[in-house]
Design a protein around this ligand. Structure first.
Ligand SMILES: [Zn+2]
Length: 879
């Protein structure tokens, strides 16, 4: 039997299309049941295309009603249509006009790719290959054309008609419909096409760019939601100002619109001038959204806006280059957040995300380079590696070149490639040319998968006052890459003297670029510092200057010393994490910590929590104990999740016994009666207060459950209410069940708050959790086609509730593969994403590993999977 998964696309096979599209005119008649799309494409053979070369246009699930070339209908013998393409056998060997007409049924499009209906709203999602579900087209990112779109629809059903670019005409038609004509002067690939039609409310504002262009801004959403869009609008205006300030990038159209829809496979989409958002990344108000929600809305609004230059004006040549726009734009949104909020907190947050999402991917069967060289299903490459590791690579580039050198390269990138569909190589080249450096070796970061392990050793010779630091690197093989080369690794560093002050040196040998940056370029390198008065403690990888795992012989005393004295806040936080991790690993290996060990750690934590200089959000991060999955990954093999959970919980309890007064004080002192604001001061206080609460509850402090209950009952905002509920559920207090029930009743009508309840219900550690989830799914009122609901419930379970997902009896694995089988029929993207939860299955102890394999094999043997899911399954089993 031939399956679709046999079809692999290779980067090395890239060739431009034989034809280009000079102009696109679409006429879209939106009807209540069916919609008709008439496409008029002006097409020209590229120089060198042999006359008679067939023109192959992509098409997916389309019904062709008519086809004409230069106004003349094509005879049946002149073209061929199958399920994936429309082929015109012998198109004219000159510029010609191709006109096609197709019928669509948006209501039936539950894959949510192409043109579909969400609630009452018609909308599109075209990245990566959705446009071919709207009309026949050269649906690839290197075919760029200006688009003009005429939309018409019933005036009552769809008073709002939006598309990319500027509105150039609109009016009423005599059959009760109305129309709007949108023109986007910037040539763009089809994946950036968008249109929206519906009965929507909106808010409007404007922004004047540095050069004086007045831009009208709009955020559209279902009626009654306008007040929940204000933060998104505010975030948009700050993003526009920031991109001018930081990168000299101005907005370029007269209109910028954002639309929030409820059914969306992604977070948001950067269509030129018309960003479409998953509503969970637009709607916020104090009584239904948490501080994290506010933070995420701000971050993603910024991200999509920044794509206007890094993605839209300069796009990708092919999908292998996805990281070109995503890694760079994630870097840009990280910098925006760092400038708007706390740089240190943002860095810690991003590193936590990287370690939780990207490192396991990079170390398992789904590992792939940031710029892959092959794929079967491009939808499966919207990964943490492409996004988060991609951003880390750009960050390393900025570290190596310095802020000014990095900006020079970016300026040249915009100047040289504006209007291009380009590559990673071209991106690297601008930094080489702007700075006169060779970055060919650096480029390997994009081509090689896997997380390097850097091993640290050092020695000090008092007689010669010489300090020697040796770093070596190794990257384990990943699927398809058996041998690895050493990478250039930037190490931000400092030497700290016995009194806690920075130490200087008279001379240094090795690749020491400045007094705070050295580079490990080969397999191993030694750096020698002369004139060092005392034995220093090295602080390495400050700001987490490279996405690597670090192995060192540092003692607990060294780590605690750094936690107190390091001038880099990231390193202080990391040192405390390292102390906890060392205790956890020892205990899991059977060497239980002593009272002295715990006293030392709790004293350092108490110092941090009671510090007069650290800000509350940073303090809340210092209190976090390494998460279970990070512990599992650090152990690497023969993992028993139950054991990890038990030991981690014991560490928290042992700490709370000592820290209870400090935690109670932090809880008390960070209460506020001020009106809710999502600003960094208030949100930081809430973060610390709620972290303290969580530990008081989970750590078994006196009346911890009572604290949670009272806060839940009296909370005046969702951040506090949800934190109290989450703490009660995590500690499974006597009230937890009742509180969960109350929360469901109270918020069941608000889908985004309902998602929080779903995720929390999926996080319960009791053995009945799978039955709970099954009961929720079986409820006829459960919206089984909505990606947000499904991801909140089953995605959260598979990705977050490791002890239940990886139950020794295999029930968790079986439940997830059965869910995948079911959802795959409706939404392959959601199914494939949930299945990636199995990416670390080979690291479990033998019983769990066998149970995972049984579930995965059964899924494979049943067959009938989508290309998305079959691809993930095949790689997961093979790896
Ligand atoms: Zn993006």
């Amino acid at each position: 039997m031939r399956t679709e998964t046999e079809h692999t696309i290779f980067l090395k096979d890239y060739a431009p299309s034989p034809y280009k599209i000079d102009k696109v005119e679409l006429d879209v008649k939106i009807g209540p049941v069916t919609s008709r799309v008439r496409a008029l494409l002006t097409i020209t053979p590229r120089p060198g295309t042999a006359p008679g070369t067939p023109l192959v246009l992509d098409g997916d699930d389309l019904k062709l009603d008519s086809i004409a070339v230069d106004g003349l209908p094509l005879p049946l013998t002149a073209y061929e249509v199958d399920t994936t393409a429309l082929t015109i056998e012998e198109p004219p060997a000159r510029t010609f006009a191709l006109e096609t007409e197709v019928t669509l049924e948006p209501e039936r499009n539950i894959k949510l790719m192409g043109f579909y209906r969400s609630g009452g709203t018609w909308c599109t999602q075209c990245e990566p290959e959705g446009f071919r579900r709207i009309t026949y087209y050269l649906d690839r990112p290197d075919v760029l054309a200006p688009f003009k779109v005429t939309m018409s629809a019933d005036k009552t059903l769809a008073p709002v008609l939006l598309a990319n670019g500027n509105l150039i005409d609109s009016g009423d038609l005599d059959d009760g419909t109305h129309f709007a004509v949108w023109e986007d002067p910037f040539p763009k690939p089809a994946y950036l096409f968008a249109m929206v039609a519906g009965d929507l409310g909106s808010i409007h504002d404007n922004f004047t760019t540095a050069s004086g262009r007045k831009v009208t801004l709009g955020v559209y959403a279902s009626h009654g939601k306008q007040d929940e869009c204000l933060w998104a609008m505010d975030s948009l205006k700050r993003s526009m100002a920031w991109d001018e300030r930081r990168f000299g990038r101005e907005y370029d159209l007269d209109i910028f619109n954002i639309v929030a829809v409820s059914d969306f496979n992604f977070g948001a989409m950067e269509n030129k001038g018309l960003n479409i958002f998953n509503d969970k990344l637009v709607f916020v108000k104090p009584d239904s959204a948490t501080d994290d929600d506010y933070y995420n809305v701000e971050r993603v609004i910024a991200h999509e806006y920044f794509h206007n230059w890094t993605g839209d004006r300069i796009t990708c040549r092919d999908w292998f280059q996805l990281c070109l726009k995503e890694g760079l734009t994630v870097y840009r949104d990280q910098e925006f957040t760092s400038d708007e909020r706390s740089r240190a907190v943002k860095r810690i947050d991003d590193v936590r995300t990287l370690r939780a999402a990207q490192f396991p991917e990079d170390g398992g069967p789904l590992a792939h380079p940031a710029r892959p060289d092959r794929y079967k299903e491009i939808n499966n490459f919207y990964t943490a590696t492409v996004y988060e590791k991609g951003a880390e690579i750009v960050r390393m580039l900025a570290t190596l070149l310095g802020e000014a050198g990095f900006r020079k390269g970016m300026d040249l990138y915009f100047e040289r490639h504006d209007g291009d569909a380009t590559t990673i190589e071209a991106f690297i080249k601008v930094f080489e040319d702007a700075n006169g450096v060779d970055l060919q070796h650096f480029q390997t970061w994009y081509l090689q998968a896997g997380t390097p392990v850097v091993t640290v050793s050092d020695s000090y010779d008092a007689a010669s006052q010489t300090y020697k630091l040796t770093l070596s690197q190794n990257t384990a093989p990943t699927p398809g890459q058996d041998t690895k080369v050493p990478l250039p690794i930037p190490v931000k560093f400092g030497l700290i003297g016995p009194n806690g002050s920075p130490m200087s040196w008279s001379s240094a040998s090795g690749d020491v670029r400045s007094d705070d940056l050295l580079v490990l370029d080969g397999a191993s390198a030694t750096f020698e510092f002369k004139g060092v008065a005392n034995k220093p403690v090295p602080s390495l990888f400050r700001e987490f200057s490279a996405p690597v795992n670090i192995v060192s012989k540092a003692t607990q005393a060294d780590r605690l010393f750094l936690a107190r004295h390091d001038s880099d806040p990231f390193s202080r936080w990391q040192s405390l994490q390292d102390v906890s991790m060392a205790l956890l690993l020892d205990a899991i290996a059977g060497r239980e910590w002593t009272d002295t060990d715990i006293d030392a750690l709790s004293a350092a934590l108490e110092d941090a929590v009671t510090s007069k200089t650290l800000d509350p959000s940073f303090k809340s991060l210092t209190l976090t104990v390494p998460p279970e999955q990070l512990i599992a990954r650090t152990i690497g093999s023969n993992v028993d999740p139950e054991k990890i959970r038990t030991v981690r919980l014991k560490l928290i309890r042992d700490l709370v016994v000592r820290l209870e007064p400090a935690l109670a004080a932090a809880y008390r002192d960070n209460q506020s009666s001020a009106a809710f604001s999502p600003d960094t001061v208030q949100s930081g206080q809430r973060a610390l207060k709620n972290q303290a609460l969580t530990y008081l509850v989970v750590g078994g402090a006196t009346d911890g459950g009572g604290f949670a209950r009272r806060q839940y009952d009296s909370a005046t905002n969702m951040t506090d209410r949800f934190a109290a509920l989450a703490a009660a559920v995590a500690g499974w207090t006597a009230d937890a069940e009742a509180m969960l029930g109350h929360f469901r009743t109270m918020f069941t009508a608000d889908p985004l708050v309902f998602d929080k309840w779903l995720a929390l219900s999926a996080s319960i550690r009791g053995d009945d959790v799978i039955d709970r989830i099954k009961a929720i799914l079986a409820d006829p009122a459960f919206p089984a086609n909505n990606p947000n609901r499904l991801r909140s419930l089953v995605g959260s379970f598979a990705m977050g509730n490791t002890t239940q997902f990886a139950r020794a009896d295999g029930a968790g694995f079986r439940f997830v593969t059965e869910f995948v089988t079911d959802v795959d029929k409706r939404n392959p993207q959601v199914a494939a994403r949930v299945l990636t939860a199995f990416r670390s299955w080979r690291s479990f102890e033998p019983v769990r590993m066998a149970a995972a394999e049984t579930a995965l094999t059964a899924l494979r043997d049943a067959g009938g999977l989508s290309r998305n899911t079959a691809d993930i399954l095949e790689r997961t089993l093979a790896g």
